[in-house]
Design a protein around this ligand. Structure first.
Ligand code: FAD
Length: 363
């Protein structure tokens, strides 16, 4: 299995005040008030309801690859989502719709779809974490986003205490966002993806990927080639989890790429005039996306830049903040994040926003 979650050694012991650092890819986070493991959708709902009956706050944690948890931990109930599996729930001559349990490891799912000749997820190869967390921030990479293939999300609605099916159109998908991000209301139980029966990938949209594949942007390639090349490119940037490589002990990108109004973009370009043309991408509504990695690097925070207690920018990617020794505190990591954010703002006037969900900590 490509991406195995850490499992508690003590089993589902409600008195286990396990340190949450064990369950996060940053290896950071203090103790849980109570730790529960849920291995099916029904168990997830039951654990959430029981925590509510105890009047405890609930934290859903799956792969722990997109959270920064404070040193004081989480005093309520942490539900570890470990439901597994997927099945075909609809199909026709051209497509298959697969229903995936929330806890299914994402990259295992991608591998299975590529193997079966189902196109639509191949460029999202190598991303850690669970399938159920992918709608939360509309996971994306190399020109693909899950919002393109998700048709519906099954979720427990904590407000109305009922299980609902939310069509993709109502999920509020945006760049690294959805109605689910920073909301306590929804517990994702399963996700339906509609994939295309095809031995070939969708048109390759990302120039770096096209170059690595030796094709033009817009060409299609065998699914397995797309997957292998994406994984190779990601590994070169420390973006595939590797227990032996501290450059991967991160949450991936720590900051989102800022999307600027036209006027703010022109002001930024003036401030960056001495540095040549900054990389940018036009976005809807006359807005422009700029590269957070470029901003950070040009503001003086290069690869390997170190903060307190051994936290540092990855030596392979400017956007990843790492707990390289595995011994730092969350306070040290957020101090580095703050220094970078403030440095970029001072140099370019552009605000950076964190991509991961911050729990009991702030930058
Ligand atoms: C090396 C590395 C590379 C990465 N590359 C990318 C990338 O290319 N693109 C990208 O988009 N992301 C990337 N990420 C971020 C991360 O892998 C994804 O966001 C992933 O989907 C998070 O899944 P998870 O199961 O680890 O979520 P967790 O970290 O466990 O949880 C993240 C958030 O989702 C909530 N959550 C989790 N499961 C559920 C559920 N079932 N219902 C409701 N809420 C839930 C949690 O409460 C938390 O708020 C990367 C991370 C790492 C470490």
């Amino acid at each position: 299995m490509s991406d195995v979650y850490a499992e508690p050694t003590t089993g589902a012991d409600p008195t286990d005040h396990a340190t949450l650092a064990r369950y996060t890819t940053l290896r950071l986070g203090g103790p849980a008030g109570r730790l529960e493991i849920a291995t099916s959708a029904d168990e997830i709902v039951r654990q959430v309801r029981e925590a509510e009956a105890r009047e405890q706050a609930v934290l859903l944690l799956a792969g722990g690859s997109n959270v920064v948890i404070g040193d004081q931990g989480f005093p309520g109930t942490v539900v570890l989502i470990r439901s597994r599996g997927f099945r075909v729930v609809a199909e026709d001559a051209d497509t298959v719709t697969v229903r995936v349990e929330a806890g299914e490891p994402w990259d295992d799912l991608v591998a299975a779809t590529v193997e079966r000749g189902w196109s639509g997820l191949e460029c999202l190869s190598g991303i850690p974490g669970s399938a159920g967390a992918t709608p939360i921030q509309n996971v994306g990479a190399y020109g693909q986003e899950v919002s393109e293939t998700i048709v519906a999300v099954e979720a427990y609605d904590r407000t109305h205490r009922t299980v609902v099916r939310i069509p993709a159109a109502d999920c509020g998908f945006a760049y690294r966002g959805s109605i689910f991000k920073y909301s306590d209301r929804w517990v994702v139980l399963s996700v339906d993806f509609r994939l295309t029966r095809s031995p070939l990938s969708g048109p390759v949209r990302y120039a770096e990927l096209a170059r690595a594949l030796g094709v033009e942007v817009g060409d299609r390639v065998p699914l397995a080639d797309a997957r292998a090349t994406v994984r190779r490119l990601r590994a070169g940037k420390g973006m595939v989890l590797d227990a032996q490589d501290p450059d991967t002990w991160s949450v991936g990108s720590f900051f989102t790429n800022p999307v600027l109004e036209r006027e703010a973009y022109e002001q930024f370009r003036e401030r960056a005039a001495d540095l040549g043309e900054p990389p940018s991408w036009p976005c809807p509504g006359d807005t422009v996306k700029v590269s957070a990695a470029w901003l950070i690097d040009k503001a003086g925070f290069g690869k390997g830049y170190a903060g307190p207690e051994g936290v540092a920018i990855s030596t392979k990617h400017t956007l990843a903040l790492t707990n390289r020794t595995g011994t730092a505190s969350t306070a040290a990591l957020v101090a580095l994040a703050r220094e970078i954010r403030d440095g970029v703002k001072a140099r370019f006037g552009v605000p950076l926003h964190p991509e991961p969900v911050l729990i009991n900590c702030t930058i």
